[in-house]
Design a binder for this molecule. Structure first.
Ligand code: ZN
Ligand code: ZN
Length: 418
């Protein structure tokens, strides 16, 4: 029987029919409310502003904004969030979010409150327990929210085949009891994206590094820390040196306090200094970082001298500087696209592809998804055994959903009362 005083209202402001752009609100009848993620829609134009969902009320107080992980499609609209709303997320996530904001020259005015995995904390009437999970973003969490006797689990983004897979599997083996709602992502539903493990990728990279007589260029995301670790380990095993750009070095430095992770001072690791990046750092008032990296750095000219030594990060903004220093691809080099294959079709991907094609370097694609396979999504949803299963962060939830618990389908902005 519904009880108006203890009713909880769940509203998915955005994310019921797209991947990313998550924005979910939980509110109580007496006016307390929290927001789970304020993600930027993945298809938004870079310059577009004021993209918070219209159904989210910005005019009244908010007890807290909880950011599940530092991917733009989960935190990218923080700059539009009222400065007085407190932000909660992992400590490493805060550093990565602040680092990205600084690069775009926008300092966030908000107060951040770091949480710790498996340690419950209180925001008004809400008790939150964050669980560190396996995902391609570093410091990614699922959130258990308890309020007025109701229990909601928000999955964030997750998988079981990365370097933290044990964390997701542990939660599946001992799920939170008596869940009223499971809000779960479904990025890979309806797709056949590769979901092999990071350690099998490491073997593939070792083979590639061994069989290549020249340089191996790799395009990957600096924020995909699992992949940086994989490339570093494969470089160590094959006696090569991993060459990263200043931004990747800054990400490594930012999270070095949060685990035994490769960082600029480690052996077989170098930071390549390119004029475009140096200018950018100077322009945004962060020359001190560049100065700090000098002793771990090198000029791109070195890459032309002993090609067999290097595994080199590549992205469109680096290519111009590489060319200026005499670094151009050859048939002895190899190159690898280590991101989702679909990105190869956009302008950035196509320009990198063309650079190597013109140089006659053979191409490979070594990658694994940051999200769960459809099978894992099914077993996860079954294991959580929630009264209501509310799917989000996917485009195939209206297709074949055999094997999932019965679905409570919401539309963006629609509320459901618990
Ligand atoms: Zn996402
Ligand atoms: Zn994500």
């Amino acid at each position: 029987m519904a009880n108006a005083i203890t009713d909880i209202r769940l509203t998915v402001h955005r994310g019921t029919r797209q991947i990313g752009g998550n924005c979910i609100e939980l509110s109580t009848a007496d006016g307390h409310r929290i927001v789970l993620d304020v993600g930027r829609p993945l298809d938004a134009r870079p310059a577009a502003r004021h993209l918070l969902p219209k159904s989210l009320d910005l005019s009244t107080a908010m007890d807290g904004v909880l950011i599940s992980h530092p991917h733009q499609d989960h935190y990218g609209l923080l700059e539009d969030v009222p400065a007085g709303w407190p932000i909660f997320c992992g400590a490493a996530a805060e550093r990565l979010i602040r680092l990205s904001s600084a690069i775009f020259g926008k300092e966030l005015p908000h107060t951040f409150h770091p949480w710790r995995s498996s340690v419950a904390f209180q925001i008004g009437p809400f008790t939150i327990t964050p669980f560190l999970m396996d995902h391609s973003a570093f410091d990614a969490y699922m959130l258990l929210i308890e309020v007025h006797g109701k229990r909601i689990l928000y999955s964030g983004d997750f998988r079981t085949h990365g370097r933290k897979s044990v964390l997701t599997r542990r939660l599946m083996a001992a799920p939170p009891e008596n869940l009223d709602v499971l809000l779960m992502e479904g990025t890979n539903l309806g797709s056949d994206k590769p979901c092999s493990s990071e350690s099998s990728l490491e073997d593939d990279f070792v083979d590639l590094f061994r069989s290549t007589t020249g340089r191996v260029f790799v395009a990957w995301s600096a924020q995909n820390v699992d992949r940086t670790v994989t490339l570093y380990r494969a470089s160590l095993k094959t006696g090569r040196t991993l060459v990263v750009d200043l931004y990747t070095a800054e990400v490594m430095e930012a999270i070095s306090a949060f685990g035994k992770l490769p960082r600029p001072s480690w052996k077989n690791l170098k930071v390549v200094f390119t004029s475009a990046f140096i200018e950018k750092y100077q322009r945004t008032g962060r020359k001190a970082f560049v100065d700090r990296m000098v002793r771990h750095g090198m000029s791109a000219t070195k890459l032309a001298e002993t090609p067999e030594k290097w595994v080199v990060m590549v992205r469109p903004s680096l290519i111009r500087d590489y060319v200026a220093k005499g670094v151009t691809p050859t048939p002895d080099d190899a190159w690898c696209w280590s991101m989702w294959r679909g990105y190869l079709k956009n302008a950035d991907g196509a320009s990198v592809n063309k650079w190597f094609k013109d140089g006659g370097s053979p191409a490979t694609h070594i990658h694994t998804s940051g999200h769960s396979s459809p099978e894992v999504l099914r077993s996860f949803a079954q294991a959580m055994n929630a009264k209501h299963f509310v799917p989000i962060h996917g485009v195939a939830w209206d297709g074949d959903t055999t094997g999932f618990p019965s679905i409570r389908r919401l539309t963006d902005g629609e509320s459901m009362t618990l």
